[in-house]
Design a protein around this ligand. Structure first.
Ligand code: AMP
Length: 372
């Protein structure tokens, strides 16, 4: 059943993903209320907010009482808190989907059980598991926390035997997961939406480039062959089905040097690598998210342009804001964060190109002007 206009969508989390979801919801005639600890955060600036901890039952009950349906915009919320919310209101995606995405071991087990490839991996609970794992997978390898990692936090690359003890001491919380190091040709991602009736709509695969472990550039579409692109879309759809997802799922993959796709991680929410869709698609990832959660039809995730998205990270990017505004062709987005800390995503910029006219390496840099 579809949510009538004027209803209120509750969003757990108050960052930029909540902000842009709320802006898309407003265009469809919905109100939004975020549950956040930041009274003046990016999302709370554009919609109503309930302020309090994600695991406080009184706060959760008050929030649920003020909304009609609930979703979330980041994964490090309490799954038990989401369970409580789900006992009071429909929650999409379900707490079960959140639990899968919160734990890299559960996540990779589900992906492999769906017949989809990942890097070789082993769970690491004790130091001896790490020694045995490295003996099996070889070096280099990547050691990660199973929970609470993002933007490169909670992981270390092991290159030499002496790195094991240092990484074991450094990484927390335990347990950990050891992955073989993928010598990838490129990193891509696919965003898929799935409705309650099982309908699927999937955006084109895009290529992602990272800088200091943080997404720097997204190129839409990814410069990969059509067979690989079709396979990437298929992988995303199969995972959305395997999760019985209602909502949006971003699937990050490596394309290795042998042309194989290996899933790195999934995120059941709007994703940084989908920000280009606001400007290049009739229906953005944020609108698709809201549509799936509200039970509205999911139109084809078509694209009317090629695009490059560049993140504005930290104070250094923000210093260019006036120049960005004065640069024709750069479409500016700012998230309203008060403090520009190093490594913090403050906004992004999109540049559109005619379909099929995404320029090569130097052309992209040129097109980004002062940001190139
Ligand atoms: P993650 O937190 O898992 O998304 O990892 C962040 C980034 O680290 C990825 O986007 C990759 O660039 C790199 N990375 C993660 N896992 C591996 C791996 N197994 N092999 C090579 N690079 C990796």
């Amino acid at each position: 059943m579809s949510l009538p206009p004027g209803s209120t969508i509750g969003i757990v989390g108050g960052g930029q993903l909540g902000r842009m979801s709320a802006m898309a919801a407003a265009r469809l005639g919905y109100r939004c209320r975020v549950l956040t600890q930041e009274p003046d955060g990016p999302a709370a600036q554009v919609c109503a907010a309930t302020i309090g901890p994600y695991d406080d039952p009184d706060t959760l009950r008050a929030f649920a009482g003020a909304v009609d349906v609930i979703t979330f915009e980041f994964e490090n919320v309490s799954a038990e808190g989401l369970d409580l919310l789900a006992s009071l209101r429909p929650v999409h995606p379900s707490p079960a989907v959140l639990r899968v995405s919160q734990d890299r071991v559960t996540e990779k087990s589900l992906i492999n059980a769906a017949g989809i490839g990942t890097a070789h991996w082993l769970p690491v609970s004790e130091f001896i598991d790490l020694e045995r794992g490295v003996a099996q997978l070889g070096l280099p390898a990547v050691l990660k926390t199973t929970r609470l990692g993002y933007d490169g936090r909670g992981q270390m690359v092991l290159r030499a035997p002496e790195d094991l003890a240092v990484a074991w001491e450094t990484l927390s919380p335990k347990p950990l997961i050891l992955e073989s190091f993928v010598d990838f040709a490129c990193e891509i991602s696919v965003i898929v939406a799935r409705g309650e009736d099982g309908a699927l709509t999937v955006f084109d695969p895009v290529e992602n480039r990272h800088r200091h472990h943080i997404l720097d550039l997204t190129l839409a579409p990814a410069r990969i062959n059509e067979t690989t692109a079709a396979e990437a879309r298929d992988v995303a759809c199969r995972l959305a089905n395997a999760l019985r997802l209602v909502g949006l799922l971003a699937v990050e993959m490596f394309l290795d040097r042998d042309g194989r796709l290996l899933v790195n991680e999934i995120a059941p929410r709007p994703h940084n690598s989908g920000h280009w869709t606001i400007d290049a698609c009739p229906v953005s990832q944020f609108e698709m998210h809201i549509r799936a959660v509200a039970g509205l039809p999911l139109p084809p995730a078509t694209r009317h342009a090629d695009a490059v998205m560049k993140n504005l990270v930290g104070p250094e990017a923000l210093n260019l804001w006036t120049d960005i505004l004065a640069s024709p062709g750069l479409i500016p987005h700012l998230y309203g964060k008060a403090e520009a800390r190093t490594g913090r995503k403050m906004g992004h910029v999109t540049r559109l190109f005619a379909k099929g006219a995404l320029p090569g390496e130097f052309g992209v840099r040129d097109a980004l002007g002062i940001l190139g």
